[in-house]
Each structure stands twice: as C-alpha cells, then as structure tokens.
Design a protein around this ligand. Structure first.
Ligand code: NAP
Length: 249
C-alpha cells in the first residue's frame, strides 16, 4: 500500500496535497516550521525538523513511508540533501517536485550571483532603494551596506528589531501579480531588486515588473543538489505514485 511523505511548505506542495486528497491516497505532509501559520491543506501534518539524515531515515522506517516527494523550496538545500541520503539508506523511492528555474530573457538586467555575500557585494556604493525578496533568514548580511533604503517582504511580521537601519516591511504571502508588483515597485521608488531564482509563476511577477521598469535584479542562483529524479508538475508526480490524472476532466 502507498503511504507517501510530502516534504512541503511551498505552493506546489499544497497543490500536490490537494490532488492526493482528491484521489484518496494515504500521505503525510511535513512542514519545516518556519512559517507561523502555513497555508492550509488537508493532509495529516507533521511540523519541524526530523533530526538530520538519521532522524529522517528513522521516520521513514517507523511510519512505513513508501514514497517521498521533496516539494520544498529550491533553496531549501539541507532538507533536500538529507532526503537523498535518507531515501538511499532506506531504499525509499524519492522524487523532487521542482519548478524549472527562470531563464534570463532579452530586456532583463540580471547580475547572477552564487550566494548572499556576493549579492551584498553586487549592490551599488551610492544609496539606493532596494527590494530584498529573499526570505528573512538572509537579511542580516545586508547590514554591511547600511546606506541603502531596504524594502523587505515576509510571509510573517518580523519578530524584534531588524538588522538594517533603514528598512520597511511588507507582510504578504503572495502569489503576486504583474500589476501589483509594478505598483509596489513604483510606489516605493525601488531601484534594485535582490531575488532568488525560485522559478514558478507566483514569484515571477517581480522579475517581469523589473524588466518592464528596466530595473537591475541581483539574482541568486540555486544551490547545487545531488542528482535525483525530478518532476516539474503535479500530474507527473501522481503518475509516479501510480495515479494517472486527466487534466481538464
Ligand atoms: P533547509 O535549510 O533545507 O532546512 C533546514 C532544516 O530544517 C532541515 O535540515 C530540516 O531539519 C528542517 N526542514 C526544512 N524543511 C523541512 C520540511 N519540509 N519538513 C521537515 N523538516 C524540514 O530549509 P529551510 O531552513 O526551510 O529554508 C532554507 C531556504 O529555503 C530559506 O531561504 C527559506 O526562505 C527557503 N524556503 C524554504 C521552504 C521550505 O519548503 N522548507 C519554503 C519557502 C522558502 P532536520 O535536519 O532536523 O530534519
């Protein structure tokens, strides 16, 4: 009998969960616990780390997990690496549900960087208005460039003081639209954007808006992960789970 584990926390994971509920497959949805009130989905849920590779491998054995779907964010590298190792150790089939990265198109001004330190270094010396669309765990290094006026966008309101002297916070979960992003960028006079190459459509609007306004984007490339089987859509995952679903039916 199938009993799947979804490593989730993303819109794609929620979409998968919804489909799994519809077909009546048995599955558990796991959240990392970073977001205070994760967007609702109806599968049985567990929250928080497993305790590294050993903890995850123990969990897979204990819970009789037959399939693991890693539908975490493309920048959640640690849990994804742990899943590769724990699944290999326990001979549990693993599939990553991973959106293709965005590709630079004519009209985009991207400075592609490998890590946050390089993103900080890529900002101009003169004061600028900067949108940091990178997740709250990665804000602190921008304190090295305190001359800028930062706009931060978080899913949850920040707890405590921010590590930046001039920062303004937008609390919003997305997905965002092109019109909405154009309005945000114009209203705040944003001149630079720092973003992660997350892929997908919900987060893409800011990149399209940057192109429309001719703004430079400092784009963080995805972390390197071990080779693993990948799918880009929920129907592909369902087929892998043995449930062919008909689109548009
Ligand atoms: P991470 O650095 O890969 O994971 C750190 C640890 O958190 C893992 O080793 C694991 O702990 C636990 N963890 C993460 N996701 C989990 C899940 N779905 N279920 C159970 N445990 C989980 O990932 P992160 O700290 O979540 O985020 C890294 C970057 O990705 C951040 O920039 C974040 O903004 C972004 N991001 C992540 C998600 C996501 O789906 N996780 C969603 C949106 C954005 P143990 O080792 O103890 O098992």
């Amino acid at each position: 009998m199938t009993r799947a584990l979804i490593l989730g926390g993303t819109a794609d994971a929620n979409l998968l969960a919804e489909t799994i509920v519809q077909v009546g497959l048995e599955a558990v949805y796991s959240y990392g616990g970073r977001t205070r009130a994760p967007a609702g989905q109806k599968l049985p849920t567990r929250i928080g780390g497993f305790g590294g590779v050993t903890g995850l491998a123990d969990y897979l054995r204990r819970e009789g997990i037959t399939h693991v779907i890693d539908a975490t964010h493309p920048f959640a590298a640690e849990i994804s690496r742990n899943a590769v190792t724990a699944c290999a150790e326990t001979s549990t089939p693993l599939l990553a549900l991973e959106r293709a990265p965005w590709v630079k198109t004519p009209g985009d001004t991207w400075i592609e960087v490998a890590d946050i330190t390089s993103a900080v270094a890529a900002l101009p010396e003169r004061r600028a208005r900067v949108l940091l669309a990178i997740g709250r765990q990665h804000i602190a290094p921008f304190g090295a460039r305190p001359q800028h006026a930062y706009t931060l966008r978080f899913v949850d309101p920040p707890e405590g003081a921010l590590p930046l002297p001039d920062a303004d916070v937008i609390v919003s979960r997305g997905p965002f639209t092109l019109d909405g992003e154009l309005e945000t960028l114009r209203a705040r006079g944003i001149e630079w954007i720092v973003a992660r190459n997350s892929g997908g459509s919900g987060a893409r609007a800011k990149i399209d808006a940057a192109r429309t306004l001719g703004l430079p984007v400092i784009m963080l490339s995805r972390p390197q992960l071990p080779d693993r089987p990948r799918a880009e859509s929920v129907p592909e995952v369902m087929e892998w789970l043995g449930h062919r679903i008909c689109l548009g039916a």
